[in-house]
Design a binder for this molecule. Structure first.
Ligand code: FAD
Length: 512
């Protein structure tokens, strides 16, 4: 690659979501000629913010996982890109709070404290709680060290039963199987799974390996917010690429990945401002951060994508969200809120086996609602600290198809009103504090990131689409890599950052 000076770039990265940015940053740091093309006018994908009526709203990030554990190998990635030296993080007051009527419990973001407090709350369940925590500890250790690079994965296979016994034992388990075997206590199961809406809609399909990995990293490494918001991280990594000689091109959509003599020859691009303008840059290696269905169905030539299409064409997409972003007259603590992140369960949700139904029901008032109170922490989103919060439920784009613009607008407002009414039961007076609100539906998420259906985590993190079944970072097409929520290890800010960084390391190894 480095010898081929006739190419415009060594690597073209399609998409400036965090997966693409981390790949571009590591490659640029190691001296590769990198171009990142992004269809939007700013970097970050879902790691973004927007400004309305004097408020700056965080679009997505609630909690970054594992920053406060020295044994977290992902910290080396942040340090290689000088992220911890250049950005500040605030530790969140808890992992999450769960409320259903009078049932309330706050889960600490510390595994020992969480175990102690759960045992106090459920004095007949110490054995189940201990087994739960032990599984998380073992899974965390194995998952964080599990290789996701081709050579290492093959080399470790004979030793897998010794090195990764917990992963192997639970490879086909769902969260539902696990918690149902653990205990009959429905409230305990609901508390331990209330935040699954962050990862999946239905515990009956949701992979235990993913849940255990994510939950254990938050519980043992703490929960953090990036001061200034997730966009601050995206901006920093984007500037890092440019300060190391790379180029980040906005308002530019990749339209094709052409081939010459069976090898990738470049990327064709179109301005999203002036769609008539088409350019081609040459390169031998492409990192696709853009969603996999688009790469497979539109960017690659049919004969090249056939294998990928066969393998992943029937994969289910993850869910999307309906979000209300609240610009507040005063911080929520003025009306008694003292939780950063709360999951509010509908009163009908008393059995764990009904949790999936309550995430997917068309009746928005029966869904699990999450409230994130950025006004409670030093979020530093606004220079003048204008307080904000967000209210979110799981959603699907089907609910928003086939509506006229006025029907769409009317439904958006109606759903938001009904959710705010539910919020009043949790935090009386919240509606009175709202100075301005913005609403995002799955269509909004799709429009800004091009993720089909506005899905948040790429392919759903179901038991049959995770672990060995998740798309690899390297592909069957020489020179094509994937770095995003769609690939291993999965969705979320730190997993996608890892996928991007790992893609870059694989490229550096292969093409140095
Ligand atoms: C409401 C919400 C809350 C969330 N909360 C959390 C949280 O608390 N903690 C956490 O860890 N994660 C959270 N996430 C998930 C996390 O934000 C995502 O998993 C992650 O940011 C996805 O990153 P990505 O690299 O896969 O790319 P994406 O963010 O999907 O970005 C892909 C990029 O590719 C660009 N693109 C697409 N097609 C093209 C093309 N043809 N040419 C050029 N560019 C293209 C898009 O414009 C986009 O910028 C949340 C997400 C949402 C929506």
């Amino acid at each position: 690659m480095t010898n081929n000076k006739s190419n415009d770039y060594d690597v073209v990265v399609i998409g400036a979501g965090l997966g693409g940015l981390f790949a571009g940053a590591k490659l640029a740091k190691e001296g590769k000629r990198v171009l990142v093309v992004e269809q939007h006018s700013i970097p970050g994908g879902y790691a973004t913010q927007f400004k309305r009526k004097g408020f700056v709203f965080e679009a997505g990030l609630h909690a970054w996982d594992g920053l406060f554990s020295d044994t977290n190998p992902n910290l080396a990635i942040l340090d290689d890109l000088n992220i911890r030296d250049n950005l500040s993080f605030v530790r969140l007051p808890e992992f999450y709070h769960v409320q259903r009527g009078d049932l309330g419990f706050t889960l600490a973001d510390d595994i020992a404290l969480a175990e102690k407090e759960l045992c106090q709350r459920f004095p007949r369940e110490p054995k189940a709680i201990k087994r739960y925590m032990e599984l998380l500890v073992r899974l965390r250790k194995e998952i964080l060290n599990f290789p996701i690079t081709p050579g290492k994965t093959l080399a470790m296979l004979p030793l897998a039963p010794i090195l990764y016994p917990t992963i192997l034992k639970n490879i086909f388990s769902t969260l539902h199987n696990f918690l149902d075997r653990l205990t009959n206590n429905e409230d305990l199961k609901l508390i331990l799974s209330a935040n699954t809406a962050y990862y999946h809609t239905d515990p009956k399909k949701y992979a235990l390996l993913h849940y255990g990995g994510a939950q254990s990293i938050y519980l043992s490494g703490g929960c953090a917010y990036i001061k200034g918001g997730s966009y601050k991280l995206a901006q920093y990594v984007s500037s890092f690429i440019e300060s190391h000689g790379g180029t980040v091109l906005f308002n530019t959509s990749a339209t094709k990945i052409p081939f010459r003599n069976s090898a990738i020859s470049g990327v064709t691009m179109q301005s999203t401002r002036d769609s008539s303008q088409i350019n081609e840059v040459s390169c031998e290696v492409v990192v696709a951060n853009a969603n996999m269905p688009t790469v497979i169905n539109s960017l690659l030539p049919k004969e090249k994508s056939a294998k990928l299409q066969k393998r992943f064409g029937t994969y289910q997409l993850s869910h999307s969200a309906f979000c209300i972003y609240l610009g507040l007259k005063k911080p929520l603590h003025t009306i008694g809120n003292n939780r950063y992140c709360a999951f509010i369960l509908p009163k009908e949700l008393t059995r764990f086996s009904d949790l999936g139904h309550h995430n997917t029901t068309k009746d928005y008032t029966k869904k699990i609602i999450s409230l994130v109170d950025y006004s409670l922490i030093e979020a530093n989103l606004n220079e003048d600290n204008a307080p904000t919060a967000s209210v979110m439920v799981v959603d699907e784009i089907d609910q928003w198809e086939g509506l006229s613009p006025s029907e769409y607008k009317e439904k958006k407002e109606r759903v938001a009103d009904s959710l705010m009414k539910e919020m009043e039961n949790y935090l009386p007076g919240i509606s009175q504090l709202v100075a301005h609100r913005e609403i995002a539906t799955p269509k909004t998420f799709e429009r800004y990131t091009l993720n089909p259906g506005g899905c948040i985590y790429g392919y759903a993190q179901s038991v049959n689409q995770i672990g060995p079944k998740r798309p690899n970072i390297y592909s069957s097409i020489p020179g094509l890599y994937f770095a995003s929520a769609w690939t291993k290890p999965g969705g979320g800010l730190s997993p996608v950052s890892k996928s991007g960084y790992t893609a870059a390391c694989q490229i550096l190894k292969k093409y140095s």
